[in-house]
Design a protein around this ligand. Structure first.
Ligand SMILES: [Zn+2]
Length: 210
């Protein structure tokens, strides 16, 4: 009998200091790369997939998307549309994963959200990969959006919020965790109540439209 399995190997790739959004002050960080390996007899032999990078604060141990390292630069260039749509899909996935559970219904809704945001069809395999990366990187939805949304324009912020809202309501009732995440998004995006509500109202049109 051959013992086959997988293991995640995490290596430190870089280190330095950054403005940790959770601590609110400059802290040391480590840039880490995670990769899944196929194991034979418990020995990692073949790498599967690409490296996933994340930044970890040395002090509070919170994990961040690597874009957090650019946050103290004064100018944020606009995100390219394909980069934005990928990030917005990640954000919707993280909202669903906030309660550590993903249901068949949520998968169906996430597939629709991903297709709407990326303007192409997204398969279950691709979505599964995104979910497993998101789960293993352990970046919280709010922390993720806090960093990547610096590059989003107002329209992109509204669309990302709609994706997160639909993801959060996929199972009908909004959980307390997901409600808190959405409320924080309004703050992060600096949306007035009117802007926030109008964005949410438009989300409902996704269902009937494309
Ligand atoms: Zn920190």
């Amino acid at each position: 009998m051959i013992f086959v399995g997988t293991v995640n190997l995490i290596r430190n790739r870089d280190q330095g200091t950054f403005l940790c959004p959770a601590c609110g002050v400059s802290q040391g960080y480590r840039l880490k790369a995670r990769r899944t390996w196929l194991t034979l007899y418990f020995i990692p032999t073949i790498p599967m997939g690409n490296h996933e990078y994340f930044v970890q604060c040395d002090y509070c141990k919170s994990n961040w998307d690597p874009s957090v390292l650019e946050m103290d630069q004064a100018n944020y260039p606009d995100a390219k549309e394909d980069q934005f749509s990928e990030q917005a899909v990640n954000a919707a996935v993280l909202v669903v994963l906030a309660d550590n559970v993903i249901t068949e219904n949520e998968i169906r809704v996430l597939l629709r959200i991903a297709a709407h945001l990326t303007q192409r069809s997204v398969g279950r395999d691709e979505l599964g990969q995104i979910c497993s990366n998101a789960q293993q990187n352990r970046i919280e939805a709010v922390n993720y959006v806090l960093t990547v949304s610096k590059h989003w324009n107002q329209d992109q912020r509204a669309r990302a919020l709609q994706g997160m809202f639909l993801a959060a309501t996929a199972d009908g009732e909004l959980g307390e965790l997901q409600l808190a995440v959405l409320a924080r998004m309004q703050e992060l995006f600096d949306f007035t109540d009117a802007e926030y509500h109008s964005a949410i109202e438009q989300a409902v049109e996704w269902e009937s439209g494309t």
